[in-house]
Design a protein around this ligand. Structure first.
Ligand code: KIV
Ligand code: ZN
Length: 392
């Protein structure tokens, strides 16, 4: 089976930066964009240029200086927004105008206070205008996850006819379930007459914790571009996490037949950088890049991992740049892990001394949260200094 390529559209610098408290200055954005390019993402959404002069400057510097990925930025479907995007991205080697306009009745009636017909007309005009400036135009019908299917199909058909080269299907509110969202992509392929003239992209939010699952369901049904962010940051509960999407496709490549161009060995480094720059910590149990993602604490797991890592690890930590798996000593640790850690520190105890050290360890581990190497040294010295065989 020949793997098909899934394109990674990184929106850390646009939707990610919309996380409360995450705002970045142009220097920070440029530094992150360089790292995203080294990581091998296909598209960088660098910002929302009309929102502030600082964001315009950030997008323009990224477009002028960062080589490799296509550079895009967000516009509403209005001429001043589109002009600002074009002026900021036009110097990039490869550029795209991305525009958003609502498609769900909830948004049309309660946010835009408009009608389907009027919104459709605005969308078509905006796409045609954007296409007169730029060869690549992406149209995002906002809140597609809650929209009327027939109106969505009609909108997609019309904007493709008007020149959209990518149609992005956003689950803006994170409402859909994976089978529904996958089904929506399949139904778009089946019902939009000219869909073969545009790439299908998806943009899933994480309000119900389903953004990654929904993105994967979408690519299984024909989407070929996924919009995501480093560490899953973004508006409210965030976006699909880039590292999760990429590692799902890589780890399950044989069953999915899909691949990305991301250099996965850089994921941990970029995750840490984005966390530092935005001030948003990565939760320890975060898949792929969390501090505990490759740490084993219970005796049963530690014993299994020490015998063969594949017992409990489906990815190698080095494949995502996370260094080595860790054996963490805790009251739930087993003797195997305890002996292993002592040996790593150079302590090889004879059986009698080992049993005494083990008992002291259990007693200490019940009282103390973190067992440090210094604690292990104290235990070893206390049990029987005479019986140590400390290698030179
Ligand atoms: O969530 C959303 O709908 C968006 C669009 C701009 C794609 O961020
Ligand atoms: Zn979004």
């Amino acid at each position: 089976m020949i793997d098909e390529r899934v394109y990674i559209f990184d929106t850390t610098l646009r939707d990610g930066e919309q996380s409360p408290g995450a705002s970045l200055n142009p220097d920070q954005k440029l530094a992150i964009a360089y790292q995203l390019a080294r990581l091998g993402v296909d598209v960088i959404e660098a910002g929302f240029p009309l929102s502030s002069p600082g964001d315009f400057e950030a997008v323009q510097r990224i477009a002028r200086q960062v080589q490799g990925p296509m550079i895009t930025a967000l516009a509403r479907a209005a001429k001043p927004d589109i002009d600002a995007v074009w002026q900021s991205v036009q110097d990039a080697e490869r550029k795209q105008i991305h525009m958003v306009l609502s498609v769900s009745d909830i948004h049309i009636e309660r946010k835009l206070r408009s009608t389907r017909a009027d919104v459709l007309r605005r969308g078509i005009e905006a796409v045609a205008y954007a296409r007169s400036l730029c060869d690549q135009v992406e149209y995002s019908p906002e809140d597609a996850g809650r929209a009327d299917a027939d109106y969505l199909y009609e909108t997609l058909e019309e904007v493709i006819d008007a020149g959209a080269t990518v149609v992005n299907i956003p689950d803006t509110t994170g409402y859909t379930l994976p089978h529904e969202f996958g089904g929506l992509i399949a139904s778009i392929k089946a019902n939009v007459r000219n869909i073969d003239r545009a790439m299908i992209s998806v943009h899933c939010h994480n309000d119900l914790g389903l953004s990654t699952a929904n993105s994967v369901a979408a690519v299984l049904n024909g989407a070929r571009r996924v919009e995501c962010t480093i560490n899953g940051i973004g508006e409210r509960a965030g976006n699909a996490s880039l590292e999760e999407v990429v590692m799902i496709l890589r780890t399950r490549e044989r069953s999915l037949g899909l691949k990305t161009g991301v250099d996965t060995g850089r994921l941990a480094e970029v995750s840490a950088m984005v966390s530092r720059q935005t001030g948003i910590p990565v939760q320890p149990n975060k898949a792929i890049v969390g501090g505990n993602a490759f740490a084993h604490a219970s005796g049963i797991h530690q014993d299994g991992v020490l015998k063969d890592k594949s017992n409990y690890e489906i990815m190698r930590p080095e494949d995502v740049g996370m260094g080595e798996s860790r054996i963490v000593l805790s009251p739930r640790s087993g003797r195997h892990a305890f002996r292993f850690r002592l040996a790593e520190l150079g302590y090889h105890l004879p059986d009698g001394a080992f049993v005494r050290a083990w008992e002291q360890f259990l007693e200490l581990a019940d009282r103390k949260k973190d067992i440090l190497d210094r604690d292990l040294a104290d235990i070893v010295h206390a049990v029987d200094i005479e019986s140590l065989e400390v290698p030179a």
